[in-house]
Design a protein around this ligand. Structure first.
Ligand SMILES: *Cc1c(COP(=O)(O)O)cnc(C)c1O
Length: 386
């Protein structure tokens, strides 16, 4: 059997995979088993921040793997401590809990919020408000946080204590805060799986004010939007707000599994020995990879992300078969006249890898994709939309 036949026989059928088997890549070009090359505008869903097998990343990861690949969290390792320092320096947050995925980073955010509320107000202040059309993960609790009902079907009962507010409606939010004993409000500044929909500035600033006034924690899920993708290190920085807790994962370690929950001043001592943990979290190889990525997400790189974003917005806006262009930085959604899935299948046949998010075409290129490749890929996408 070939890879696709083996996979269909033995791997759980949770993914509607495209009929392409990728074997290798370099930067923003990946190659399939037949030697066909593709321009990759997916980055493994915003994971490979500097593309496939980036040399600096690869060297950092291999050097660490040759030293020590894993130690239990009952001992200290340098990459974990150094990465935590870097994340705090860059954000003003105070401490970091490391895990292995976005869902786990959100689980930690939720546990921290519940414990902070229990410690300061009492355990009945446990409600967490999230938004309709949000996505926060696939574990039962992060699924409960996710404000899209179709993900919930077949998995009830869900974790209690989550209510979903309508996005960009502060009055609705105030009513929920009045009706529930609330521990936290959790948002994505750009709803990724929800169709690449940015929240309004007024709304995000309003949430920051409401949470501050009511001593409710403000959690921002930066799993997809984080680590340079929005044109700032974290997308909340585009809104001039300061969350209490930030969760991140996907692009953090450039292609290795790593989640991080950044804890601000209020909650820096909420988690204590024994209150949370992870066997693999803070793994030295993943952290070494992350250090090599984070160290290069500087002003120059972020300017490049914004420039490349403008190239895409300018190229797609008003193009035949494209009804709307949404998003921020290198996280872009296209509302197309043809069904998004059809457009993406056509793009793949023509050598460009793209994704969908709900009814949109979604583009998540590497942060350092060369302009020429980006322009070339955009032309192919436009031809598929027309
Ligand atoms: C992908 C994603 C998650 C879940 O991350 P996993 O690593 O798949 O667990 C959570 N929140 C957002 C916003 C995401 O985009």
């Amino acid at each position: 059997m070939n890879t696709q036949e083996l996979d269909r026989e033995y791997v759980a059928g949770t993914y509607a995979r495209f009929p392409v088997t990728i074997v290798e890549g370099k930067g923003s070009i990946v190659k399939d088993v037949d030697g066909k090359e593709y321009i990759d505008l997916t980055s493994g869903i915003a994971v490979t921040s500097f593309g496939a097998c980036d040399e600096i990343w690869y060297k950092a990861v291999c050097e660490q793997a040759a030293k020590i690949q894993h130690m239990s969290n009952l001992f200290y390792t340098e990459p974990c401590a150094k990465l935590a320092e870097m994340l705090c320096d860059r954000t003003g947050m105070r401490r970091v809990f490391f895990s292995n995925s976005g869902a786990e980073a959100n689980e930690c955010a939720i546990k921290t919020a519940r414990k902070y509320a229990a410690d300061t107000k009492g355990p009945d202040y446990h409600t967490i408000i999230t938004l309709k059309n949000s996505f926060h993960g696939r574990t039962i609790t992060t699924l409960s946080a996710t404000g899209q009902d179709h993900y919930h079907e077949d998995f009830r009962p869900l974790t209690p204590g989550f209510v979903h507010a309508e996005a960009n409606n502060l009055e609705y939010l105030k009513a929920l805060i009045d009706a529930h004993k609330t521990a936290a409000i959790m948002i994505e500044c750009v709803q990724g799986e929800g169709g690449v929909v940015p929240l309004s500035h007024e709304y995000v600033r309003g949430i920051a004010d409401l949470t501050y006034e009511n001593d409710i924690l403000f959690i921002v899920d930066e799993v997809q939007t984080g680590n340079g993708r929005s044109g700032q290190l974290y997308s909340y920085m585009n809104y001039g707000v300061k969350p209490d807790i930030v969760s991140t994962a996907k692009g953090l370690a450039g292609g290795l599994p790593l989640g991080a929950t950044l804890l601000g001043e209020k909650v820096k001592d909420t988690l204590t020995a024994g209150s949370h943990g992870s066997t693999f979290g803070g793994n030295p190889v993943a952290c070494a990879g992350a250090i090599s990525i984070l160290g290069r997400i500087n002003d120059e790189l972020l300017e490049g992300v914004k420039r490349k974003s403008r190239i895409l917005f300018d190229s797609f806006t008003g193009s035949e078969g494209i009804e709307a262009v949404t998003g921020m930085g290198l996280m872009i959604g296209l509302k197309t006249t043809k069904p998004a899935k059809e457009v993406v299948n056509d793009c793949i046949a023509k050598g460009v890898l793209a994704l969908t998010a709900k009814d949109r075409v979604r583009l998540l290129p590497a942060l350092n994709i060369p302009d020429e490749l980006l322009v070339k890929a955009a032309e192919v996408i436009k031809s598929c939309c027309a």
